[in-house]
Design a protein around this ligand. Structure first.
Ligand code: ADP
Ligand code: MG
Length: 271
C-alpha cells in the first residue's frame, strides 16, 4: 500500500510538470496530507490546489509586467504627497489607476508642469498601480523611444516597431518637449500617435503645454494633427507647482518647523 502511494506521488509529479503546473507540484503533497487528515471531500482538495496555481500565475504575470515596464524605482502613489500639488485630486488619480474606463477606449492622460513638479514620479506611480491592477505598461523617455523608432524607420521596420508597442495598454512618454530638433525632423512620433489613436492609451508628460510643441513635430500641420488626436479623449492634469526638490531644500534650510509635506506655496518665501 505504502509503495503504491509513493509510486502515485512520483507519477503525479511527472504529470503535473508535463501539464506545467509548478505551483500545484510544489504544494499538493502538503494539501493532500491535510485533506487526508481532515477528511476533505475530493472537490475541496482539487479547488484548493487549483486556486493556488491560479494565484501563483497572477503573481508571476504581474512580476513579468513589472520587469518589462521599466518604471522609475521607488516612485509610488504611497510616496507621492498629494498635498504638494493641491490642484490635483487624489481621488481622480486613484480612479484612473483602475484603468478600465480610459484604457479600454484608448484615451490619454497628459501631465503638464514645470521641472521638479512631480510629473515623472506621478506618471511612474500611476503605471505601477495599473500593472498591479492587471494592465501592461511601458515607461520610456520620449527621446529614447523616438531614437529607437528612427532606427526602425531606417531599417524599414517602423510599422512593425509601432505594432510591437500595441501589447502595452499604456505607453508612458516622459518629457515630450525634450525631443530635439533633429529628432523632430522625422515623423515617427506622429506615426506613433496616429497608430495608437482611439486604440491604445498614452500618458504624456511635458514641461510645456501645447504652445511649444511646434519643435517636436516636422511642421505646424502635423503638430496640430498630433495635438488633436492626443486631446480628443484625454484627461489633462496641470501640476503648476514650484519644484518639489527646491521646496524641500528651502524647508531644510529653514530648520525645524512645519514639515515640507505640509508646506503651502504661501509659506515659501522667495529667496
Ligand atoms: P518632474 O518630472 O515634474 O520634473 P519629478 O517627478 O522628477 O519632477 O520630481 C522631482 C523629485 O521630487 C523626484 O525625486 C520626486 O520623487 C520628488 N517629488 C516631486 N513631487 C513630489 C510629491 N508631490 N511627493 C513626493 N515626492 C515628489
Ligand atoms: Mg520628469
Amino acid at each position: 500500500m505504502k509503495t503504491n502511494t509513493a509510486v502515485d506521488a512520483a507519477r503525479l509529479s511527472l504529470l503535473l510538470s508535463a501539464l506545467r503546473l509548478p505551483a500545484i507540484t510544489a504544494v499538493w503533497a502538503q494539501f493532500a496530507e491535510q485533506a487526508d487528515k481532515e477528511g476533505w471531500p475530493a472537490a475541496r482538495f482539487l479547488s484548493a490546489i487549483t486556486e493556488h496555481e491560479l494565484a501563483e500565475r497572477d503573481r508571476r504575470r504581474i512580476e513579468r509586467h513589472l520587469a518589462e515596464a521599466r518604471l522609475l524605482p521607488g516612485k509610488t502613489l504611497d510616496t507621492f504627497e498629494f498635498e504638494a500639488v493641491p490642484m490635483i485630486s487624489k481621488a481622480q488619480v486613484m480612479a484612473l489607476t483602475a484603468g478600465d474606463v480610459w484604457l479600454e477606449k484608448g484615451a490619454n492622460l497628459l501631465l503638464f508642469g514645470p521641472p521638479g513638479g512631480g510629473k515623472s514620479h506621478l506618471a511612474s506611480a500611476i503605471g505601477l498601480a495599473l500593472i498591479e491592477n492587471g494592465w501592461r505598461v511601458l515607461f520610456t523617455r520620449t527621446t529614447d523611444l523616438v531614437q529607437k523608432l528612427q532606427v526602425a524607420r531606417r531599417e524599414l521596420g517602423l510599422e512593425a516597431a509601432i505594432s510591437r508597442l500595441d501589447k502595452f495598454h499604456l505607453l508612458i512618454l516622459d518629457d515630450l518637449a525634450y525631443v530635439t530638433k533633429d529628432q523632430a525632423e522625422t515623423s515617427v512620433l506622429f506615426e506613433l500617435i496616429s497608430a495608437r489613436y482611439e486604440q491604445r492609451s498614452m500618458l504624456i508628460t511635458a514641461n510645456q503645454p501645447f504652445g511649444e510643441w511646434g519643435k517636436v513635430f516636422p511642421d505646424p500641420a502635423m503638430t496640430l494633427a498630433a495635438v488633436d488626436r492626443l486631446v480628443h479623449h484625454a484627461t489633462i492634469l496641470e501640476m503648476n507647482v514650484e519644484s518639489y526638490r527646491r521646496r524641500e531644500a528651502i524647508e531644510k534650510k529653514r530648520g525645524p518647523g512645519r514639515p515640507a509635506s505640509h508646506a503651502t506655496p504661501a509659506n515659501i518665501a522667495p529667496d
